[in-house]
Ligand binder design. Structure first.
Ligand SMILES: NC(=O)c1ccc[n+]([C@@H]2O[C@H](COP(=O)([O-])OP(=O)(O)OC[C@H]3O[C@@H](n4cnc5c(N)ncnc54)[C@H](OP(=O)(O)O)[C@@H]3O)[C@@H](O)[C@H]2O)c1
Length: 276
């Protein structure tokens, strides 16, 4: 049995679907209930920040897909609980920044989880995705109502990754041998700027989407509404002044899946209803 935390999120949803379709027994975990799971998948409510709520959920599982929650969790406790429950393999969803900006304050939780996973004594694989294509959902209300999209650093391009590709990689490394002790960096096939992403959505809609360039301060104020301050500043640093490593297209999705990563237009085509 495979336990998927973050099971109702952008990565967790397709991961649960892929594992269930492959015939795995899956326990889908999130704090809130879910009524959108494939048939046969059981859902359990638990909070990664409350290790006692996790213990019964982990019992009897072989493998764990582990999300890094916003705050409050103590990573070694989560890994100890996994071991005590008999889990043999853990796949951690970390972030590219853990490798490219190892000293950034915003990445303290990533370091805590990566260290705990590597020291756990379990078989482990760390996934380090760059920015998600699904971050464009933040534009959906303004695109639906006024065909506009606002973002800072309009011409700075990064290789945004499709969450479905992350899920597909996760499904492979959870099920197959040969990925123990590996850290995979997951990106899209090409770097694409916010202005270009708005244009791609407009092309798919058949109507232009006007791009509005925000100042860093305007974007910061908006992001503070749903992200902690160090994460906002760390994210804006990457979006505004990415390093060469952050602009680079990684070969890892191609290596694991045997096909190139999906591009942004592909993600938009599958999610067009959100913007129409
Ligand atoms: N977006 C990016 O550009 C980006 C880039 C690199 C890495 N990441 C990382 O990717 C991860 C997931 O992204 P996503 O887009 O799939 O997230 P998402 O769509 O926001 O979904 C988060 C999932 O985790 C669950 N969850 C959140 N906190 C939890 C907790 N304390 N205990 C148990 N479950 C919890 C949520 O359900 P409930 O709310 O019901 O619990 C939901 O199922 C995050 O850790 C993020 O840091 C994101």
């Amino acid at each position: 049995m495979i336990v998927v935390t973050g099971a109702t999120g952008n990565v967790g949803r397709p991961l649960v679907r892929a594992l269930a379709a492959a015939g795995e027994r899956v326990t889908a975990v999130s704090r809130h209930p879910s009524d959108e799971l494939p048939e046969g998948v059981r859902h359990r409510r638990a909070d990664l920040a409350d290790v006692e709520s996790l213990r019964p959920v982990l019992e009897g599982a072989d493998a764990l897909f582990l999300l890094i929650p916003g705050q409050g969790a103590h990573p070694p406790d989560v890994l100890d609980a996994a071991k005590a429950a008999g889990i043999r393999r853990v796949v951690l969803l970390s972030s590219q920044g853990a490798g490219t900006r190892p000293r950034a304050r915003s990445h303290d939780p990533l370091r805590g989880y990566e260290d705990a996973v590597r020291r756990s004594g379990l078989e482990w694989t760390v996934l380090r995705p760059g920015g998600f294509a699904s971050n464009a959902f933040a534009w959906a209300p303004a695109i639906r109502s006024g065909r506009t999209a606002a973002a800072p650093f309009g011409d700075v391009a990064l290789p945004f990754v499709d969450p479905d590709d992350i899920a597909e990689v996760a499904a492979v490394v959870l099920r197959d041998d040969g990925h123990d002790g590996r850290t995979y960096e997951l990106t899209g096939p090409v770097a694409i700027s916010p202005r270009e992403r708005a244009r791609v959505i407009g092309d798919a809609l058949g109507e232009p989407v006007r791009f509005v360039e925000q100042s860093r301060e305007e974007a910061r104020t908006q992001m503070l509404g749903f992200m902690p301050e160090p994460v906002v500043d760390g994210t804006l640093d990457i979006l505004g002044e990415p390093s060469d490593a952050e602009r680079r297209v990684s070969p890892d999705i191609g290596r694991v899946l045997g096909r190139p990563p999906r591009g942004f237009a592909d993600w938009v085509a599958r999610n067009l209803a959100a913007f129409a």
